[in-house]
Design a binder for this molecule. Structure first.
Ligand SMILES: [Zn+2]
Length: 367
């Protein structure tokens, strides 16, 4: 996996000049998958792709739907770590990572978080608006939220979702109590986790007439379920306004992440809140009926591509998201690569994601 190493060693995480290297790294990954996973080989042949010579663009790679991954456990090599999607109905994808994939992911995380100024050596206090790690929870969303607490040295970690005998329960009172204490200290506070819980906390504070002046450089980081949240609960403007009002955190100190267990690439929003496509991945938007690639600006199914992993065939996966790829060259942030906008899901009533699960829990919480 020489080409993967080269790609993930790119100096600039948004370097637009590496598309040939990207394609070559995908071909390298494809070559591994067809020789190490019979199911993948069969799918590939079924699509009329018999070998590397049939691939001249990233959109030619065989596409595996994430829905299929939830029903069938694909394997394509030895692994060290496994993550699962947060399917509430018992159906979930299993994604396995070998050592090389973990190293590539680590390099990517360092480059991207450094680029966005999220990495810091200043010790801080973490408030995780998500799951407290527990051996029963193998979801990627719990793992990544926990990993994020290493981006700056942690003095302490407080989790809103506690594991109880009846499953996970949110502890808003514990967070309010912690805020009272942290406000008096010097260490910045970093929030990480579900936007829905974070927003719910803002509303709770506002209703009680509480506001905190958190120490300088405090941040809010969001991930793992913003789509549902922005459609149903609040627009971004309201979210940013409430963050300022209740926690004194400015818009520029609010960062969002986007990713999926079947596509573990770190998308981080820029100053203009766009999810630019980094050098490690490509996105093809496809016509929902014909699956043909669509041009920029058109709405279609989101096909995510990355040669990150060898142990699971997640080279090119089709999500059930509907999205638009926008031309990024005019974005005021300076990054030139296209950016992704998620506009909805194909069949929202059938799909229960972690966001939906979180929304269910929220309904039972009285403010
Ligand atoms: Zn931008």
């Amino acid at each position: 996996m020489k080409l993967r190493r080269k790609l993930f060693a790119s100096k600039d995480p948004y370097d637009c000049t590496r598309s040939q290297l990207f394609l070559d790294a995908c071909k390298e990954n494809y070559g591994h998958l067809i020789s190490h996973c019979d199911d993948y080989k069969k799918i590939s042949e079924g699509l009329g792709i018999k070998g590397v010579e049939d691939i001249s663009a990233v959109s030619d790679l065989p596409v595996i739907p994430t829905m299929l991954m939830k029903q069938h456990d694909f394997r394509s090599g030895r692994y060290m770590v496994m993550a699962t999607s947060s399917g509430t109905s018992g159906k979930m994808s299993h994604v396995r990572f070998e050592f090389g994939a973990l190293m590539a992911a680590l390099r990517m995380s360092i480059k991207v978080t450094r680029y966005h100024g999220i990495m810091s050596f200043k010790p801080c206090r973490y408030i995780v608006m998500g799951y407290k790690p527990h051996r029963s929870n193998k979801t990627a969303v719990a793992k990544t939220a926990y990993l994020t607490t290493f981006l700056a040295p942690a003095i302490s970690r407080k989790f809103i979702l506690k594991h109880t005998a009846e499953g996970y329960k949110p502890d808003f009172e514990g967070i309010v109590e912690a805020l009272r204490k942290y406000e008096k200290g010097k260490a910045p506070v970093r929030f990480m986790g579900f936007p829905s819980y974070t927003f719910f906390l803002f509303r709770l504070l506002e209703e009680r007439g509480l506001s905190f002046k958190l120490p300088k450089n405090s941040r809010i980081m969001l991930g793992g379920g913003w789509k549902q949240f922005y459609q149903e609960a609040a627009d971004k403007e309201t979210f940013y306004k409430l963050a300022k009002k209740t926690l004194n955190i400015d818009e520029e100190n609010i960062t969002e992440f986007f990713g999926a267990v079947e596509h573990p690439i770190l998308y981080t929003d820029c100053a203009a809140h766009h999810f630019h496509v980094p050098v490690y991945s490509n996105i093809v938007i496809r016509d929902p009926d014909t699956l043909e690639p669509l041009e920029m600006g058109k709405t279609g199914l989101v096909n995510l591509i990355s040669p990150l992993c060898k142990a699971t065939p997640i080279l090119s996966v089709m999500t059930d998201d509907l999205g638009i790829l926008h031309d990024g060259s005019t974005c005021p942030c300076g990054v030139k690569s296209p950016y992704l906008e998620i506009v909805g899901r194909v069949a929202p009533e059938d799909i229960k994601t972690c966001a939906a699960g979180a929304a269910d829990i929220l309904q039972g919480v009285k403010v």
